[in-house]
Design a protein around this ligand. Structure first.
Ligand code: BTN
Length: 264
Protein backbone atom coordinates (compact mmCIF):
# COMPACT_ATOMS: atom_id res chain seq x y z
CA UNK A 1 0.00 0.00 0.00
CA UNK A 2 2.89 2.42 0.74
CA UNK A 3 3.96 3.00 -2.87
CA UNK A 4 0.48 4.22 -3.73
CA UNK A 5 0.26 6.86 -1.02
CA UNK A 6 -2.74 5.79 1.04
CA UNK A 7 -5.59 8.21 1.71
CA UNK A 8 -4.95 10.37 -1.40
CA UNK A 9 -6.81 9.90 -4.68
CA UNK A 10 -4.17 10.30 -7.40
CA UNK A 11 -5.12 9.40 -10.97
CA UNK A 12 -2.54 9.27 -13.79
CA UNK A 13 -0.92 12.66 -14.55
CA UNK A 14 -2.96 13.42 -17.68
CA UNK A 15 -6.27 12.96 -15.82
CA UNK A 16 -8.24 15.31 -13.55
CA UNK A 17 -10.04 14.25 -10.38
CA UNK A 18 -12.89 15.83 -8.37
CA UNK A 19 -13.61 14.38 -4.95
CA UNK A 20 -16.88 14.82 -3.09
CA UNK A 21 -17.88 13.92 0.44
CA UNK A 22 -21.35 13.05 -0.81
CA UNK A 23 -23.14 13.00 -4.18
CA UNK A 24 -26.42 11.65 -5.44
CA UNK A 25 -24.44 9.54 -7.93
CA UNK A 26 -20.98 9.99 -9.45
CA UNK A 27 -22.44 8.92 -12.81
CA UNK A 28 -25.12 11.60 -12.50
CA UNK A 29 -22.48 14.22 -11.64
CA UNK A 30 -20.39 13.15 -14.64
CA UNK A 31 -23.45 13.38 -16.92
CA UNK A 32 -24.20 16.88 -15.56
CA UNK A 33 -20.68 17.88 -16.60
CA UNK A 34 -20.78 16.14 -19.98
CA UNK A 35 -22.27 19.06 -22.02
CA UNK A 36 -19.33 21.31 -21.04
CA UNK A 37 -16.72 18.57 -21.14
CA UNK A 38 -13.39 19.93 -22.45
CA UNK A 39 -11.90 16.56 -23.37
CA UNK A 40 -9.48 16.13 -20.44
CA UNK A 41 -10.21 12.70 -18.94
CA UNK A 42 -11.87 13.33 -15.59
CA UNK A 43 -12.58 11.16 -12.56
CA UNK A 44 -15.44 11.94 -10.18
CA UNK A 45 -15.17 10.27 -6.76
CA UNK A 46 -17.65 10.33 -3.87
CA UNK A 47 -17.19 8.93 -0.39
CA UNK A 48 -20.93 8.31 -0.26
CA UNK A 49 -23.79 8.31 -2.77
CA UNK A 50 -27.39 8.99 -1.83
CA UNK A 51 -28.82 7.64 -5.11
CA UNK A 52 -26.18 5.23 -6.39
CA UNK A 53 -27.29 3.59 -9.60
CA UNK A 54 -26.81 -0.04 -10.59
CA UNK A 55 -27.57 -1.85 -13.83
CA UNK A 56 -31.11 -2.53 -15.01
CA UNK A 57 -32.51 0.34 -12.92
CA UNK A 58 -31.30 -1.17 -9.64
CA UNK A 59 -30.10 0.80 -6.64
CA UNK A 60 -26.36 0.58 -5.72
CA UNK A 61 -25.98 0.69 -1.94
CA UNK A 62 -23.31 3.38 -1.37
CA UNK A 63 -22.30 3.76 2.26
CA UNK A 64 -18.98 5.27 3.29
CA UNK A 65 -15.93 2.97 3.02
CA UNK A 66 -16.30 1.61 -0.52
CA UNK A 67 -15.12 3.14 -3.80
CA UNK A 68 -17.68 5.00 -5.92
CA UNK A 69 -16.19 6.61 -9.01
CA UNK A 70 -17.02 7.63 -12.57
CA UNK A 71 -14.60 8.24 -15.41
CA UNK A 72 -15.63 10.86 -17.96
CA UNK A 73 -13.84 10.83 -21.31
CA UNK A 74 -14.37 11.07 -25.05
CA UNK A 75 -13.16 8.08 -27.06
CA UNK A 76 -12.82 8.67 -30.78
CA UNK A 77 -15.34 6.14 -31.93
CA UNK A 78 -19.07 5.77 -32.57
CA UNK A 79 -21.41 4.95 -29.67
CA UNK A 80 -21.83 1.36 -30.81
CA UNK A 81 -18.07 0.75 -30.59
CA UNK A 82 -18.01 2.37 -27.14
CA UNK A 83 -20.05 -0.64 -25.94
CA UNK A 84 -16.72 -2.48 -25.88
CA UNK A 85 -15.80 -0.43 -22.82
CA UNK A 86 -17.68 -2.85 -20.53
CA UNK A 87 -15.07 -5.45 -21.38
CA UNK A 88 -12.13 -3.03 -21.31
CA UNK A 89 -13.21 -1.90 -17.83
CA UNK A 90 -13.89 -5.46 -16.69
CA UNK A 91 -10.30 -6.46 -17.47
CA UNK A 92 -8.93 -3.39 -15.62
CA UNK A 93 -11.10 -4.21 -12.61
CA UNK A 94 -10.04 -7.83 -12.64
CA UNK A 95 -6.39 -6.73 -12.69
CA UNK A 96 -7.00 -4.25 -9.88
CA UNK A 97 -8.64 -6.83 -7.63
CA UNK A 98 -5.98 -9.44 -8.50
CA UNK A 99 -3.16 -6.99 -7.71
CA UNK A 100 -4.66 -6.09 -4.35
CA UNK A 101 -5.31 -9.70 -3.39
CA UNK A 102 -2.00 -11.11 -4.59
CA UNK A 103 -0.59 -11.20 -1.06
CA UNK A 104 -3.64 -12.98 0.35
CA UNK A 105 -4.03 -16.75 0.37
CA UNK A 106 -7.41 -16.58 -1.36
CA UNK A 107 -8.42 -19.88 -2.92
CA UNK A 108 -11.48 -18.72 -4.89
CA UNK A 109 -10.95 -17.59 -8.49
CA UNK A 110 -11.42 -13.94 -9.43
CA UNK A 111 -13.81 -14.10 -12.34
CA UNK A 112 -15.52 -11.78 -14.83
CA UNK A 113 -19.20 -12.48 -15.46
CA UNK A 114 -20.91 -11.17 -18.56
CA UNK A 115 -21.45 -8.35 -19.08
CA UNK A 116 -20.16 -6.22 -16.19
CA UNK A 117 -19.51 -8.06 -12.94
CA UNK A 118 -16.35 -8.97 -11.06
CA UNK A 119 -16.73 -11.93 -8.71
CA UNK A 120 -14.62 -13.70 -6.14
CA UNK A 121 -15.84 -17.26 -6.28
CA UNK A 122 -19.46 -16.44 -6.95
CA UNK A 123 -19.66 -13.37 -4.78
CA UNK A 124 -19.85 -9.97 -6.40
CA UNK A 125 -17.10 -7.53 -5.46
CA UNK A 126 -17.50 -4.84 -8.11
CA UNK A 127 -19.89 -3.57 -10.76
CA UNK A 128 -19.75 -1.30 -13.80
CA UNK A 129 -22.42 1.04 -15.17
CA UNK A 130 -21.60 2.76 -18.46
CA UNK A 131 -23.67 5.72 -19.65
CA UNK A 132 -23.18 8.16 -22.51
CA UNK A 133 -23.91 11.69 -23.70
CA UNK A 134 -24.05 12.74 -27.37
CA UNK A 135 -23.25 16.44 -27.69
CA UNK A 136 -24.01 17.08 -31.34
CA UNK A 137 -20.86 19.26 -31.44
CA UNK A 138 -18.70 16.26 -32.29
CA UNK A 139 -19.68 12.86 -33.61
CA UNK A 140 -17.92 11.11 -30.76
CA UNK A 141 -19.93 10.40 -27.62
CA UNK A 142 -18.87 11.47 -24.15
CA UNK A 143 -18.71 8.29 -22.06
CA UNK A 144 -19.20 7.85 -18.34
CA UNK A 145 -17.76 4.65 -16.88
CA UNK A 146 -19.21 4.23 -13.40
CA UNK A 147 -17.43 1.78 -11.11
CA UNK A 148 -18.36 0.59 -7.64
CA UNK A 149 -15.93 -1.60 -5.68
CA UNK A 150 -16.76 -3.12 -2.31
CA UNK A 151 -13.69 -2.21 -0.26
CA UNK A 152 -14.60 -2.02 3.46
CA UNK A 153 -17.98 -3.79 3.42
CA UNK A 154 -20.62 -5.28 1.16
CA UNK A 155 -24.39 -5.05 1.21
CA UNK A 156 -26.58 -8.03 2.08
CA UNK A 157 -28.56 -8.59 -1.10
CA UNK A 158 -31.49 -10.92 -1.55
CA UNK A 159 -30.81 -11.92 -5.15
CA UNK A 160 -27.02 -12.46 -5.15
CA UNK A 161 -24.07 -12.96 -2.84
CA UNK A 162 -21.48 -10.24 -2.39
CA UNK A 163 -18.10 -9.78 -0.73
CA UNK A 164 -15.50 -7.03 -0.17
CA UNK A 165 -11.71 -6.61 -0.41
CA UNK A 166 -11.30 -6.11 3.35
CA UNK A 167 -12.49 -9.68 3.88
CA UNK A 168 -9.24 -10.89 2.29
CA UNK A 169 -6.62 -8.20 3.03
CA UNK A 170 -6.35 -5.73 5.88
CA UNK A 171 -4.32 -2.88 4.38
CA UNK A 172 -6.81 -1.55 1.88
CA UNK A 173 -8.80 1.65 1.48
CA UNK A 174 -10.62 3.45 -1.36
CA UNK A 175 -7.79 5.79 -2.44
CA UNK A 176 -5.40 2.87 -2.68
CA UNK A 177 -7.86 0.92 -4.84
CA UNK A 178 -8.61 4.01 -6.96
CA UNK A 179 -4.92 4.69 -7.64
CA UNK A 180 -4.42 1.18 -9.00
CA UNK A 181 -7.71 1.11 -10.91
CA UNK A 182 -7.23 4.48 -12.64
CA UNK A 183 -3.85 3.36 -14.01
CA UNK A 184 -5.06 -0.08 -15.07
CA UNK A 185 -8.06 1.43 -16.86
CA UNK A 186 -5.94 4.04 -18.67
CA UNK A 187 -3.62 1.26 -19.90
CA UNK A 188 -6.47 -0.94 -21.11
CA UNK A 189 -8.25 1.95 -22.85
CA UNK A 190 -5.01 2.69 -24.68
CA UNK A 191 -4.67 -0.97 -25.65
CA UNK A 192 -8.27 -1.00 -26.95
CA UNK A 193 -7.25 1.84 -29.33
CA UNK A 194 -10.76 3.28 -29.84
CA UNK A 195 -12.07 -0.12 -30.87
CA UNK A 196 -9.36 -1.02 -33.38
CA UNK A 197 -7.97 -3.71 -31.07
CA UNK A 198 -11.19 -5.09 -29.62
CA UNK A 199 -10.16 -8.58 -30.72
CA UNK A 200 -7.32 -8.49 -28.20
CA UNK A 201 -9.63 -7.16 -25.49
CA UNK A 202 -12.09 -9.97 -26.26
CA UNK A 203 -9.31 -12.52 -25.77
CA UNK A 204 -8.12 -10.98 -22.49
CA UNK A 205 -11.69 -10.79 -21.21
CA UNK A 206 -12.37 -14.43 -22.14
CA UNK A 207 -9.26 -15.61 -20.28
CA UNK A 208 -10.65 -14.03 -17.09
CA UNK A 209 -14.31 -15.02 -17.48
CA UNK A 210 -16.49 -18.08 -16.91
CA UNK A 211 -15.20 -20.77 -19.27
CA UNK A 212 -16.98 -22.13 -22.37
CA UNK A 213 -19.22 -24.99 -21.25
CA UNK A 214 -20.36 -23.16 -18.10
CA UNK A 215 -24.10 -23.56 -17.61
CA UNK A 216 -25.76 -20.15 -17.45
CA UNK A 217 -29.22 -18.85 -16.80
CA UNK A 218 -30.10 -15.57 -18.53
CA UNK A 219 -32.82 -13.13 -17.52
CA UNK A 220 -33.96 -10.67 -20.20
CA UNK A 221 -36.91 -8.61 -18.97
CA UNK A 222 -39.50 -11.15 -17.82
CA UNK A 223 -38.02 -14.00 -19.83
CA UNK A 224 -35.55 -16.51 -18.44
CA UNK A 225 -33.70 -19.21 -20.36
CA UNK A 226 -30.83 -21.60 -19.71
CA UNK A 227 -28.00 -22.90 -21.79
CA UNK A 228 -24.31 -23.47 -22.09
CA UNK A 229 -21.86 -20.60 -22.61
CA UNK A 230 -20.11 -20.83 -25.99
CA UNK A 231 -18.11 -17.62 -26.34
CA UNK A 232 -18.26 -13.87 -26.85
CA UNK A 233 -19.38 -12.80 -30.29
CA UNK A 234 -17.27 -10.36 -32.31
CA UNK A 235 -19.18 -7.39 -30.90
CA UNK A 236 -19.19 -8.66 -27.29
CA UNK A 237 -22.63 -10.33 -27.35
CA UNK A 238 -22.93 -13.47 -25.20
CA UNK A 239 -23.39 -16.62 -27.26
CA UNK A 240 -25.11 -19.51 -25.54
CA UNK A 241 -26.41 -22.85 -26.74
CA UNK A 242 -29.91 -23.52 -25.45
CA UNK A 243 -31.05 -27.01 -24.44
CA UNK A 244 -33.09 -27.09 -27.67
CA UNK A 245 -29.79 -26.84 -29.58
CA UNK A 246 -30.54 -23.29 -30.72
CA UNK A 247 -27.58 -20.88 -30.60
CA UNK A 248 -28.65 -17.61 -29.02
CA UNK A 249 -26.98 -14.20 -29.03
CA UNK A 250 -27.65 -12.12 -25.92
CA UNK A 251 -26.97 -8.36 -26.01
CA UNK A 252 -28.79 -7.26 -22.82
CA UNK A 253 -29.77 -9.01 -19.61
CA UNK A 254 -28.57 -10.52 -16.36
CA UNK A 255 -26.59 -13.73 -16.20
CA UNK A 256 -26.56 -16.26 -13.33
CA UNK A 257 -24.61 -19.47 -12.88
CA UNK A 258 -26.87 -22.53 -13.02
CA UNK A 259 -24.59 -25.07 -11.38
CA UNK A 260 -24.30 -25.18 -7.59
CA UNK A 261 -21.07 -23.65 -6.26
CA UNK A 262 -19.73 -27.06 -5.15
CA UNK A 263 -19.33 -27.96 -8.81
CA UNK A 264 -17.01 -25.06 -9.62
C1 BTN B 1 -24.02 -2.88 -11.26
O1 BTN B 1 -25.25 -2.90 -11.11
O2 BTN B 1 -23.34 -3.90 -11.14
C2 BTN B 1 -23.32 -1.59 -11.60
C3 BTN B 1 -23.01 -0.79 -10.37
C4 BTN B 1 -22.29 0.51 -10.65
C5 BTN B 1 -22.16 1.34 -9.40
C6 BTN B 1 -21.29 2.54 -9.60
S1 BTN B 1 -20.86 3.33 -8.10
C7 BTN B 1 -20.19 4.67 -8.97
C8 BTN B 1 -21.09 4.95 -10.15
N1 BTN B 1 -22.16 5.85 -9.76
C9 BTN B 1 -23.36 5.26 -9.78
O3 BTN B 1 -24.43 5.80 -9.46
N2 BTN B 1 -23.22 3.98 -10.18
C10 BTN B 1 -21.84 3.66 -10.48
Amino acid sequence: MSENSPHTFKPPDAHKVSIFKELDSTNQEALRRAPEFDGTPHWIVAHEQTRGRGREGRNWVSEIGNLYTSFLFRPQCPLLTANHLSFVTGIALHETVSTILKSSDIADPILLKWPNDVLIGRRKIAGILIESFLSGRTNDPVIVIGIGINVAHHPELTDREATHLGAYVTEVDSPYVFNILSRMLAQRIEQWDNGRRFELIRQHWSERAHPPGERLSVQVGNTRFEGVFKNLDEDGALKIKLDTGELKRVTVGDVFFSRPSDDL
